[in-house]
Ligand binder design. Sequence first.
Ligand code: HEM
Length: 456
Amino acid sequence: MTIVSPITVGPEPGIAYSRRSSLATMARIVRNPLDAFPPEVFDHRLVVSRIFGRDRVYVTDPVLIHEALVRNADALDKGQEIKRVLGPAIGEGLLTADGAHWRWQRQSMAPAFQHGRLLGLLPAMIVAAEQTRDRWRAAKPGTRFDVGHDMMVTTFKIIVDTMLSGPGQIDAGRVERSVTDYLQSTNWMFALALLKAPDWMPYPGRKRTEAAAAYMRDAVLTMIADRRREAGAQDDLVALLLAAADPETGRQMTDAEVADNLLTFITAGHETTAVALGWTFMLLAKHPAIERRVVDEISAITAGAPIAPEHIEALAYTRQVFQEAMRLYPPAPMIARRVLKPFALAGVTIEADTMLTVPIYALHRHAAIWDDPDTFDPDRFAPEPTKARHRYAFMPFGAGARICIGSAFATMEAVAILAVLLQTVRLEAAGPMPKALMKVTLRPAETVLMRVTPRL
Ligand code: HEM
């Protein structure tokens, strides 16, 4: 085998060098970054590839992922690619910041995600799901809905009602369209970042992307100005951000920094959960026996009563279904880091400036971890098999210090939405499962319309 990378390795099993032309990889990134993963990531532990003169290391062994993202967390940062792709929309908010700037922001926001506080948000989550249910049930039975879109509307309402204390200045429809518009061109932005092309470089859809980012920022800045005037009026994430002070310097956030974080939460906090729910409904429509088990569980737990906050925790199988859907279709299909100082992984020295990637999509379908990896089987997430698996075999929310701050929020809201909707409606989809297309998140390549019929 010809070594195409300056990274030096010993002959350990499960390590591969991927030799692909940089140009072909770039074309795949623009089309669909999932297709740009080297094929070896589905059955090797560590894959080294080189793109435009820079090493990229893919890690798909849970033990090595722990070693990299947890034990060597200090040797990594988020890198320029993510900042280039998401920075114009969300600046240096919690998702994109590094070092001390990240740490104090995370500490400031953590109280909004404490378990007790999240439980208090369940009624708002259930109300949002009920509104969607009522809209569906008011239509003629068998009407086809764009369920992916309706999930965006539902989760958007939840994030605004729970974290920003209600809509105020935010035009939900326009923000949702802006998020979609923004994500349209992100693969181009990613490709240009890899090429280290200058920031002014044009790309298809650039005007639309910039207009979307500008609209969202304006809307949020107006809201912040209002909230500064009526300080103390509400107890929500905005209040936490306005009051936060850096423990070392006492500095408070500027309006631009508060805006970065609100935009981070508005985007990261609804789109991911919505796409995960869209995939879950499509999978259930293809697996009627599993759907039956979910509906039976809901009936058993509620005894036919409307879904209430105290039911959510008990809906264990429904939660397993959501986890298995995120295994097959992880809403964030890869995470990436830049290596700041060298460290070793499986005998390979990972040099500074290497891009380290965990292709979560491939990890979740890896031949050495999962039996029959492409099959939808929620029993994989029953307590026993879960205990027997390495913690980082399944990581839709990431791992280590940068793990998703909203993971419990997302799981709670997803189970609530599934329960409210599946209790009273059936969803059916014609045709096979759509292809998965990555545009930061993992969306179906085409719009899927599903027939919605009330359950009697
Ligand atoms: C199913 C839904 C969700 C999925 C799959 C998901 C996935 C992820 C992943 C993989 C990361 C880590 C990224 C990395 O390591 O580079 C992350 C970070 C983050 N997520 Fe989520 N997320 C979801 C829902 C949410 C929700 C509901 C919120 C907010 C309410 C949220 C806010 C964030 C934030 C702010 C970060 C950055 C955390 C940090 O770096 O400290 N996410 N998410």
